[in-house]
Design a protein around this ligand. Structure first.
Ligand SMILES: [Zn+2]
Length: 163
């Protein structure tokens, strides 16, 4: 069994891939937010649960615009994304009370990006010892109810982020 020491580098659990087109751009177009696991849409960004989570409450935050280059992100969109990041940390702490949280962004394939062409943050709540007992398979097996439960718990807290 693979030990997961750096969740933000686990590209193969990242976004599952296999979907045609950009998964983030696809999500932005989906009308059923719950099905898309999108908990918030800010003016320039979206916050969603990772479909293939490393841990409970594993979020992905992406700009709405298809952009792969961080420095090319206009300041307004960058600030919007990072404000969503800051709030996400706050919300995850309130709801899941994790021992810690990993924030990670993979730029480029060799850095572990599963989706290279669309910037995104990984926000991963961590608990003492979770690397030892939280194999990806176990986590994906408890989907999808598990994910929807998390979604329903998180959604009201993210309400004020969405215009
Ligand atoms: Zn995209």
């Amino acid at each position: 069994m693979k030990q997961l020491w750096a969740p933000w580098r686990m590209s193969y659990i990242d976004e599952g891939a296999k979907e045609s087109g950009c998964i983030f751009c696809n999500k932005a177009k989906q009308t059923d937010l719950r099905e898309a696991l999108v908990v918030a849409q800010t003016p320039h960004s979206m916050v969603m649960l990772n479909k293939y989570p490393y841990n409970n409450g594993h979020l992905l935050l992406a700009p709405k615009r298809h952009e792969k280059d961080l420095p090319s992100l206009p300041v307004e969109e960058y600030v919007d994304l990072n404000e969503a990041l800051r709030r996400s940390v706050d919300i995850l702490r309130k709801i899941f009370n994790p021992g810690g949280i990993n924030l990670g962004m993979n730029l480029g394939h060799c850095a572990g990006a599963g989706v290279e062409d669309h910037l995104h943050w990984h926000v991963v709540p961590r608990w003492e010892g979770d690397t030892n007992f939280m194999p990806v398979v176990a986590e994906t097996k408890v989907m999808p109810q598990h994910l929807l439960d998390s979604y329903d718990r998180l959604k009201p807290y993210f309400e004020y982020l969405s215009p």
